[in-house]
Design a binder for this molecule. Structure first.
Ligand SMILES: C[S@@+](CC[C@H](N)C(=O)[O-])C[C@H]1O[C@@H](n2cnc3c(N)ncnc32)[C@H](O)[C@@H]1O
Length: 212
């Protein structure tokens, strides 16, 4: 089993939602659309065989499994042990699994890069999360974070049951929080548009930034 720290701040509702969803997570049409995210990361962002990288809210390993072969050590952190169990069953080499809540307990090491896909909107206190990221980065380390631009609440539909804390993000507000956390050179890229139902699509951003 993945090593465990007590995860008190991610809500019990949210953890039971992800625990229940874990077995079918990779079969969701959304996961299949999001496969474009690791493909983009591998093609457009720099990776080095000397770097330690953490995937925040790694889930079943969309990013972590793709990046693990390209870096020295990949850590997949998630507050849902069931999500990480699915990832563990994939037997990805070079991957450390950690059950825990980044906001409540901090991160388990120091990293050259912290990545994340679709996890930020599940965290109430984004300012604290970004400070946790900045504290855990080596000088010169970077973040690459993918999430929803501000949306009208229709993306998840049942937001409360899924532990949704933000209906996407306004880039300027997120940039201000990142700068207050000590990150700089914050930039946003439109990385992907995901489809829900027949008639709705939602744009996702990639936010990058560096710790001086
Ligand atoms: C929407 S899923 C995304 C999973 C994966 N990154 C993907 O794109 O398929 C969000 C994940 O973030 C995790 N999560 C939410 N809040 C967390 C926290 N405070 N600490 C650690 N993991 C958290 C959830 O358990 C869940 O697995």
């Amino acid at each position: 089993m993945p090593s465990t720290t007590t995860p008190p701040s991610s809500s019990a509702t949210q953890r039971s939602h992800f625990d229940a969803a874990a077995a079918q997570w990779d079969q969701r049409p959304m996961s299949q659309q999001l496969a474009a995210v690791p493909a983009y990361f591998l093609e457009h962002l720099p990776w080095s065989a000397h770097e330690e990288v953490l995937d925040f809210g790694a889930g079943t390993g969309l990013l972590a499994a793709a990046l693990a072969p390209r870096v020295a050590q990949m850590t997949a952190l998630d507050s849902s042990s069931a999500m990480l169990q699915v990832l563990q069953d994939k037997n990805v080499p070079n991957l450390r699994l950690q059950v825990g809540d980044a906001v409540a307990s901090g991160l388990p090491g120091r990293y050259h890069a912290i990545v994340s896909c679709m996890a930020l909107h599940h965290v109430a206190d984004i300012g604290t999360l970004l400070r946790v990221f900045a504290d855990a980065l080596h000088p010169g380390g970077r973040v690459a974070l993918v999430d929803l631009y501000a949306e009208d609440g229709s993306f998840h539909g049942d937001n409360a049951a899924k532990g949704v804390q933000h209906l996407g993000f306004d880039p300027q507000a997120l940039q201000a929080l990142a700068e207050q956390a000590g990150l700089q050179d914050i930039a946003f890229t439109d990385i992907l548009r995901v489809q829900r139902g027949n008639d709705r699509s939602y744009p996702l951003f990639l936010m990058t930034g560096y710790k001086p």
